[in-house]
Design a protein around this ligand. Structure first.
Ligand code: ATP
Length: 201
């Protein structure tokens, strides 16, 4: 099966794009979603996180306090590496497992931080959703009701546009309206079906 890695900066439109692939019948494996599943109570990853970061990173109900942990690793490079060492191998294994169970011509794996963490072996092509930074900031402010300063802070902590675009096999310029996005995804869907038909089994 042809595996498309989909990435893009915050607010670039990854979810809007992956939702549209799903409507065309392409399965979407979302690594953010897998990361959330992996830290559910009872999971070994959560136990390792608590062992390293302490019980402070849990809320009263014993669930991961994501905001607190995020603040903690934002200022602590060693903690961030530790958290990545706990989560990334597990995410990779889960992606492999989910993709292996699929039977469609192609699938989409959404990996927001691909430029930061590197491409996974199983990805055959990288699709970068790209938008100007001013547009990313505008969308994030509108969607998450954060200030421009906060939106800029998140953007500054991510890889830059050029770094992401350097990894792209395909680029989706998400600069028009949602109807334009429909057409762009429909075009890519046909392209991936054609590529998948010629893909080694
Ligand atoms: P994040 O990295 O935060 O998960 P994302 O890359 O998944 O963000 P989306 O959530 O898809 O980005 O898009 C951000 C916001 O902008 C959403 O509210 C979405 O509906 C809107 N949006 C995305 N693309 C367009 C577009 N072409 N026209 C209008 N609105 C758009």
């Amino acid at each position: 099966m042809l595996v498309i890695g989909l990435t893009g900066g915050i607010g670039s439109g990854k979810t809007a794009v992956s939702d549209r692939f799903a409507r065309h019948g392409a399965p979407v494996v979302d690594t953010d979603q897998l990361a959330r599943e992996l830290v559910e109570p009872g999971q070994s990853a959560l136990a390792e996180i608590v062992a390293y970061f302490g019980p402070d990173c849990l809320d009263d109900a014993g669930r991961l306090h994501r905001a607190r942990l995020r603040e903690r690793v934002f200022a602590d490079a060693e903690g961030r590496r530790r958290l990545e060492a706990i989560l990334h191998p597990r995410i990779r294994n889960l992606v492999q497992e989910r993709v292996a169970a699929l039977t469609t011509p192609y699938c989409v794996v959404v990996i927001p931080l691909l430029a930061e963490t590197g491409k996974m072996d199983l990805m055959d092509r990288v699709l970068v959703v790209d938008a100007p930074e001013t547009e990313q900031i505008r969308r994030v402010m509108a969607r998450d009701r954060v200030s421009e300063t906060q939106a800029r802070r998140i953007l500054a902590a991510q890889a830059g546009r050029a770094q992401r675009l350097a990894l792209a096999d395909d680029v989706l310029e998400n600069v028009g309206d949602l109807e334009a996005l429909d057409r762009q995804v429909a075009f890519l869907h046909q392209r991936y079906l054609a590529l998948a038909a010629a893909w080694p089994a």
